[in-house]
Design a protein. Structure first.
Length: 341
């Protein structure tokens, strides 16, 4: 990203979350003029403010649901990372209206505000759960993606490029399973697995930052980007954490929770048909068809019949040893292992 954002002002919604904090630190090394952090958690804002001690970062207390607070943070901004979201699957299952307000309406507020303020580029962060969604969180994220793509389709002359990045589980992020396993081991409790055979993509926070950077460098409005990632079973991940912490695995199956899937999909077969392979990434361009579907009645396509999804069962499957290497490389895990040494 060096050079692209030098001297610019960057806004991060949800800027005190796991991704937001990582991006703030990354941007401070890129020579940006100012960073606007928008979030609704005043305690986390104060914690980050004290930890950084850098006047480059300006904090805005607000919520993406509130267009006025979004406008305040968007003034004078060149680039936007839209990371604010409700991400917990079980809580969104019980409160789907809240997921809609934040993930859909809030995203529309961010995109429309960026357009109104002449922002150059907005990257919206999505999730594998938006593909073939079976839970409210995934459904709301799928609608977030549609909201971003609809803006691109309906505003071809806008100076604001709006793109979407979609990724799987970010290891050691808020709500992820590795911190839960570490906590259970530390307290001498068995590790609770909803279903040991589940497969999940594994990405680090650094991987997610790289994906967003890639979108900023390469996106045309409406594009969707996915970073290729390996996967493993939940049981393999649990055993890897146990071995790294020097304990014998004590695993307890508790059954699948509301809205959980056996495996996750990053790209549907319909998207894979249109995707271009960019090495470490897939790019899916905007479907720019209009509302006149007459020609598709007589002239359809069947390419999707021969394509395959890109999911956590057909990507690279990590062995226990490879999973341990990946988890051991996480700074948070290194800190845990050092404290137990």
């Amino acid at each position: 990203m060096s050079g692209l954002m030098t001297g610019s002002t960057v806004a991060i919604t949800g800027g005190t979350g796991s991704f937001g904090r990582t991006m703030v630190h990354d941007l401070l090394g890129e020579g940006v003029a100012r960073i606007h952090v928008l979030s609704r958690d005043e305690a986390k804002q104060d914690e980050l403010r004290q930890a950084l001690g850098d006047d480059t970062v300006k904090f805005f207390l607000g919520d993406v649901r509130d267009r006025h607070s979004v406008d305040n943070a968007m003034a004078g901004v060149d680039f936007v990372f839209h990371a604010a979201a409700l991400k917990q699957v079980p809580s969104c299952e019980f409160f789907p209206d809240q997921a809609i307000k934040t993930n859909v309406v809030g995203s529309q507020n961010v995109i429309e505000s960026a357009h109104a303020h002449g922002v150059q580029s907005v990257v919206c962060l999505s999730t594998d759960k938006a593909v073939y969604p079976v839970n409210a969180m995934g459904m709301s994220k799928a609608l977030m993606e549609k909201t971003a793509q609809a803006f691109a389709r309906n505003n071809p002359d806008s100076r604001t490029t709006v793109s979407v990045t979609r990724y799987g589980n970010v290891m050691y992020s808020r709500g992820s399973v590795i911190p839960l396993f570490v906590s259970q081991i530390t307290r001498g409790k068995p590790l609770t697995l909803t279903e040991p055979r589940m497969t999940r993509f594994l990405m680090s926070l650094g991987d997610s930052v790289d994906l967003v950077k890639h979108a900023f460098f390469h996106a045309e409005s409406g594009d969707l980007f996915v970073k290729k990632a390996p996967a493993c079973t939940v049981e393999t991940l649990a055993r890897a954490v146990c071995e790294l912490m020097g304990v014998e695995p004590d695993l307890r199956k508790i059954g699948m929770r509301h809205g959980e899937k056996m495996y996750e999909t990053l790209l549907s077969r319909e998207e894979m048909v249109k995707a271009t392979d960019q090495g470490d990434y897939f790019r899916v361009p905007l479907d720019a068809r209009g509302l006149d579907y007459t020609k598709y009645v007589d002239d359809g396509e069947d390419d999707a019949l021969h394509a395959k999804d890109y999911d956590s069962t057909n990507t690279e499957q990590l062995t226990l040893g490879k999973t341990k290497e990946l988890v051991a490389a996480l700074p948070e895990m290194q800190s845990v292992m050092t404290s137990r040494a």
